[in-house]
Design a protein around this ligand. Structure first.
Ligand SMILES: *Cc1c(COP(=O)(O)O)cnc(C)c1O
Length: 368
């Protein structure tokens, strides 16, 4: 495999990874770091793997500027398990938590938290089709809420917060699955940040969870402590350094290589600049002509997932088929929006976006 036959991959997740990382995986498969054990065959208790895990945690801490007192965990179960696990660990019986329902994932997070406590949506634009995120004045956090949960980037609808929402002084819980390490993020302003790996960080099956001292203290002092199943208890994973049970060793290896790639390419700041350049290019095309109809409101546009319709919706299947023939894959919009979605996570190279825009201009010329 040279990479030559790889297509321009706009999948929403699992998503494209830097080719250099994919090749590092291939090299490690038969023999990880000269240990004689293959990447898929090595013990999670070996020193070789411990070094990979330690390096992953150190790189995450550096790239994301995770404050010293915060705990970094690499778990399984995806962001979807965190919907429940975050509430289970942070809430005590009868406690309340508030949610900004900016899309499908936020809705699922609130639904899982409602199994634990008084979870309430304090803002939801569903009748507007989730085209924007709220401004601070649009909602009020309840006095009794223990925390405010939000989703920084709405993968399905292509909207994104470009500010930290006002939580009225309450702790903030963030699902950053689809924009972590690609946009500005002040971890110190949050108490719990979680992200499934398969969009910006690596493969599926590994989940990054970052906890403030407050978040960990909620678990340890919690009235539900005795009732929290072992595998769902943050303090169990924290005290065992994410090695309570067998972790996703492969996923952690890939994640460590992705953070290495980020560090070698200018860290978070350069990652943000690359993503802004890709977004400027594609939104520039969408705003150039009424042939395209961008989905999200301008102020809420996502730099990660760009969603649009064609003015003539009947042309959409033609667009997708011809795009695929031109070497552009993964562009079909989520069923809740329809149309086209281009996901341009950290691993997506600007050359792919240039190829997409070039194709779009030709398609318009051929169909106008
Ligand atoms: C993809 C996604 C999820 C679900 O992630 P899983 O790892 O599949 O559970 C949750 N939240 C957001 C914002 C996502 O983009």
């Amino acid at each position: 495999m040279t990479g030559d036959s790889r297509i321009h991959n706009f999948n929403a997740g699992p998503a494209v990874l830097p080719l250099s990382v994919v090749e590092e995986c291939r090299a490690a498969l038969p023999n990880l770091k000269g240990s004689g054990f293959g990447l898929l065959e090595i013990s999670h208790r070996s020193q070789t793997f411990q070094n990979v895990l330690d390096s992953a945690i150190a790189r995450i801490r550096r790239v994301l500027s995770v404050p010293d007192g915060y705990t970094i965990l690499l778990l399984q179960g995806g962001a979807s398990l965190q919907f429940y696990m975050s509430a289970l660990n942070l809430l005590r019986p009868g406690d309340a938590a508030d949610f900004l329902l900016t899309g499908g994932w936020a809705k699922k997070a609130a639904a899982e938290a409602a199994r634990i406590g008084d979870a309430q949506a304090i803002w939801e634009p569903s009748e507007e089709g989730y085209r924007r995120v709220p401004s601070d004045g649009d909602y009020a956090v309840r006095e009794e809420a223990v925390y405010l949960h939000y989703t920084s980037n709405n993968t399905l609808y292509g909207t994104q917060f470009h500010h930290i929402p006002d939580s009225g002084g309450k702790p903030l819980v963030l699902d950053a699955s689809s924009d972590i390490a690609g946009v500005p993020l002040d971890i110190s302003a949050h108490d719990l940040v979680y992200a499934g790996g398969q969009k910006n960080l690596g493969p599926s099956g590994v989940t990054l969870v970052i906890l403030s001292p407050w978040a960990l203290s909620r678990v340890e002092g919690g009235a539900q402590q005795g009732g929290i199943p072992t595998m769902l208890n943050y303090s169990v994973h924290a005290s065992s350094g994410s090695l309570f049970n067998t972790p996703n060793t492969f996923g952690i290896f890939v994640l460590e290589r992705v953070f290495n790639w980020l560090e070698e390419n200018g860290g978070l700041e350069a990652s943000i600049a690359r993503n802004e350049a890709k977004a400027a290019l594609l939104y520039g095309e969408l705003d150039r002509t009424s042939f395209w109809v961008p989905y999200a409101d301008k102020d809420s546009r996502s730099v990660m997932n760009v969603t649009w319709r064609l003015a003539d919706e009947a042309l959409e299947p033609v667009f997708l088929a011809e795009a695929r023939d031109a070497g552009l894959g993964g562009l079909k919009g989520h069923r809740s929006v329809g149309g086209i979605r281009a996901s341009m996570y950290n691993g997506c190279h600007i050359e792919s976006v240039e190829a997409l825009v070039d194709f779009m201009q030709k398609f318009e010329a051929n169909n106008s």
